[in-house]
Design a protein around this ligand. Structure first.
Ligand SMILES: Nc1ncnc2c1ncn2[C@@H]1O[C@H](COP(=O)(O)OP(=O)(O)OP(=O)(O)O)[C@@H](O)[C@H]1O
Ligand SMILES: [Mg+2]
Length: 468
């Protein structure tokens, strides 16, 4: 392997039905160091194009059968990054202009000088390099930091974006799992609103929020007189979501008897309103979500395994934020933009570092709350590390408490004197009044402590004297 290996020669496909021009051009380009392919008709050119990639196609305009314009269209279609240069006889400038309009990069008029052609080719290679660079950039953007409402650029979020794209057209039920605050609801919404049924309803319901009987009639509806207070027929959410998505949030908390009814609905694809005796066909996709460990819920008999299998056709697991730290800055930025009135407000580098070091047991929701708090604390346009309080962070408990304490002291406008006095007093209390012990806690010389006390007593006496 030689690192100084010569770059690969550029490949040019020359197309002309005139054999003498073809031969002449080939000689010229070979001499200039290009790898040249030749085709003596549009049809042959199409074959060459199908065989391999070309850096540039140099084609005559007027040819019998497939002419230069047809070829141009085919190249644009087949390999849009490959520039096409048109060769045209003198006096047919208008058709050359037409070719440019159709996407040719340049044209040269025959007979052309070597320099003229080479210059045109050089521009074409530049253009091609640029196109390829753009394509790489576009792909980088597609592997992106956002999808609909969702932000995050970690591999696991990108997998979720890819999955959402893939299942957009499908009707299969989805089960989203993830710790509290990981974004289960946003993912559910994104699946619905980026899918092929986005124009149909998205109906969310939280299974924890209501007693069993009510949940049942909410889901399936009820007929008049089904129970006390049921004065009229009421449609359930299954019907409201017809053709769209029913989002069953916290499915792990659904009462077990209702789980059986739900299972039947999913199997039969029809519902029976509470108190009714007629079934109604329903066409609804279920997206369910839970923060619970479903295997455990099944093992403990709190969740039906058969329902789990029905729902878990497409599992989506959202990892906790601490497992995808690279999402923290992008999420933080998104939350900042969501809550800040002033677009100049930004995080200092130290603040971003601190955010990234957090363990975030409450995940994105906790991060969002933290950013809101930081915004309330910050004065200028730059959010400092000290504005970021992560109370949940057990790993950093002591530093955070200290910080919290000091911030409180600042907020209350405590003087250094007040603060140290209070600290000394607390240490004395903790030491049961033993001064040497208190001095040890305070990291203070015993004599210094005595002197402080004396001075304070003198001050108090003076104050009392002044008041008197
Ligand atoms: N990837 C993300 N991109 C943008 N916002 C997010 C993302 N993940 C979470 N959020 C935001 O964080 C908050 C919590 O998200 P969400 O309510 O979807 O979490 P959840 O998993 O349903 O939580 P819980 O289990 O507590 O119900 C919301 O404000 C949501 O918009
Ligand atoms: Mg939720």
């Amino acid at each position: 392997m030689n690192a100084l290996r010569k770059p690969e020669p550029k490949r040019v496909l020359v197309v002309d039905d005139d054999p003498s021009i073809l031969a002449m051009t080939e000689d010229l380009l070979t001499d200039a160091g290009f790898e040249v392919g030749r085709a003596s008709s549009g049809k042959e050119a199409l074959e060459r194009i199908g065989e391999r990639e070309w850096d540039v196609v140099l084609s005559d305009l007027q040819m019998p059968g497939i002419d230069g314009l047809d070829l141009l269209a085919a190249v644009r279609e087949h390999s849009p990054d490959t520039p096409v240069i048109i060769m045209t006889a003198f006096g047919t400038i208008q058709s050359a202009v037409d070719a440019m309009r159709a996407g040719a990069l340049d044209f040269v008029t025959k007979p052309f000088r070597a320099g003229e052609l080479l210059l045109s080719l050089e521009r074409a290679f530049e253009r091609r390099a640029l196109e390829q660079e753009n394509r790489v950039l576009r792909r980088a953007v597609a592997r992106s930091s956002a999808f609909g409402e969702l932000v995050g650029k970690s591999p696991s979020m990108n997998e979720i974006y890819a999955l959402i794209r893939k299942i957009g057209a499908s009707r299969s039920h989805v089960l989203i799992t993830g710790e509290s605050g990981t974004g289960k609801e946003v993912v559910a919404r994104t699946i619905h609103f980026s899918g092929s049924r986005a124009d149909k309803p998205f109906v969310p319901i939280n299974c924890t929020a209501m007693p069993e009987g009510l949940l049942e009639s909410e889901l399936f509806g009820h007929v008049r007189g089904a129970f006390t207070g049921a004065h009229v027929n009421k449609k359930g959410l299954f019907e409201a979501a017809a053709g769209g998505t029913l989002f069953l949030d916290e499915i792990g908390d659904m009462p077990i008897s209702l789980q059986g009814k739900l299972l039947r609905v999913l199997q039969d694809k029809e519902i029976r309103p509470v108190g009714g005796n007629q079934s109604i066909k329903v066409d609804v996709r279920i997206i369910a979500a839970t923060h619970q460990d479903m295997n455990r819920a099944i093992a403990e008999g709190r969740f039906r395994q058969d329902l789990y299998y029905r729902l878990n056709v497409i599992p989506v697991r959202i990892p906790p934020l601490r497992e995808r730290a690279e999402d923290i800055p992008v999420l933080a930025e998104a939350f900042l933009r969501k809550h800040a009135d002033d677009e100049r407000i930004h995080f200092s580098n130290a603040a971003t570092r601190k955010l990234m070091q957090g363990s975030w047991p409450g995940n994105a929701r906790e991060l969002e709350n933290c950013i809101e708090r930081a915004l309330a604390l910050t004065d200028g346009n730059e959010i400092q590390a000290s504005d970021i309080l992560i109370p949940s962070d057990v790993g950093n408990e002591t530093t955070d408490l200290k910080e919290l304490l000091l911030r409180l002291a600042v907020e209350r406008r405590m003087t250094v004197r007040e603060l140290t006095d209070a600290y000394v007093e607390t240490a004395l209390e903790a030491a049961g009044g033993r001064k040497s012990e208190a001095a040890r806690i305070l990291g203070m010389n015993r004599r210094t402590l005595y002197r402080r006390e004396e001075r304070n007593e003198d001050d108090e006496n003076e104050e009392e004297a002044a008041v008197a």
